[in-house]
Design a binder for this molecule. Structure first.
Ligand code: GUN
Length: 293
């Protein structure tokens, strides 16, 4: 079994980005700028945003954080986004999800200017992905593609099974893997909670992307020998042995599946780190476009 180490792949991407950003910053007379909006103080979201900001600093990207209370009216959040849309010195905008129940995600995402939508969630970018046009690709599926590329995983003609059909991961992942590209050219089965015979389908897979949010769901009985296993799950599970009181669990039962798989991502240290590397990549692209480089 070979470990698909997100730390190694993400470090390589970030090192390269850092050099490119130094040069592009000199040309533009300013660094790239990512603005993040965090509504409320959900623990996991706080951690993710803090990590995004830290990694921006490491690669030479300026970041700013707009914090809003979890009681903020929808129109105020929309106003905050419009202000960032109008600011020529802001290249990328992200609104950390999930949002409080009284705010409709769809209403918020559609306000972000598509050319600053570095999360790739806006309908224009989602549509471009569907049509194989250049646009922003959501960071988690893009990060997984970069990981497959880093480890030279052969994907052409392979059967990929994606578990989970979310707008953020499963659905765009299925499109990316089926594209006529490298990585890509997979035959993709997109599965979900109503799929029948999921274990049988998984056993036929050369590549499995588990993105359903159920800790330890994928077991070795569901995996063909030598398969490539990508674990997107990152659930906080109570753990009294940890100082924080929890540990992070993936959707894959790593102990058993790592005995059968050919390649596997760890949690933590796998897809999560690649998501951040992909977000930085998207922000750099937005900056290049915005500064006409
Ligand atoms: N919440 C979970 N994943 C993501 C992501 O990739 N971007 C944003 N903005 N929120 C998220």
């Amino acid at each position: 079994m070979i470990l698909l180490d997100g730390k190694i792949a993400a470090s390589a991407i970030k090192e390269k980005l850092k050099t490119q950003i130094t040069q592009a910053t000199e040309k533009a007379g300013r660094p790239p700028h990512l603005a993040a909006i965090l509504v409320g103080n959900d623990g996991a979201s706080e951690t993710y945003v803090a990590s995004k900001i830290k990694n921006c600093a490491l690669t030479g990207i300026k970041s700013s954080l707009v914090r809003l209370a979890d009681t903020v009216p929808e129109y105020e959040l929309i106003e905050a986004i419009k202000k960032l849309n109008a600011d020529d010195h802001v290249d990328g905008i992200l609104v950390q999800l999930p949002l409080p129940a009284h705010i409709k995600e769809e209403n918020i995402i559609s306000v972000i200017a598509p050319h600053k939508d570095v999360d790739g969630f806006h309908p224009v970018n989602a549509g471009k992905l569907m049509l194989d046009q250049k646009g922003f690709i959501p960071a988690t599926p893009l990060g997984i593609m970069l990981l497959l590329q880093h480890y030279h995983i052969e994907t052409s003609g392979k059967h990929a099974v994606v578990i989970g059909r979310s707008n953020i991961v499963g659905r765009p992942m299925s499109v990316l893997l089926s594209r006529n590209n490298n990585p890509g050219n997979c035959t993709v089965t997109l599965t979900h909670s109503r799929t029948k015979n999921l274990p049988d389908i998984c056993r036929q897979a050369d590549i499995i992307v588990a993105a359903l949010g159920k800790p330890g769901f994928l077991t070795s009985q569901m995996v063909k020998a030598g398969a490539v296993i990508i674990d997107v799950g990152i659930t906080r599970v109570k753990d009294e042995t940890k100082l924080s009181g929890y540990s992070l669990k993936g959707d894959v039962d790593f102990a058993s599946v790592s005995q059968t798989a050919g390649y596997i991502t760890p949690v933590p240290g796998g897809v999560g780190l690649m998501t951040i590397a992909a977000l930085l990549t998207n922000t750099y692209e937005a900056f290049l476009n915005n500064t006409h480089q």
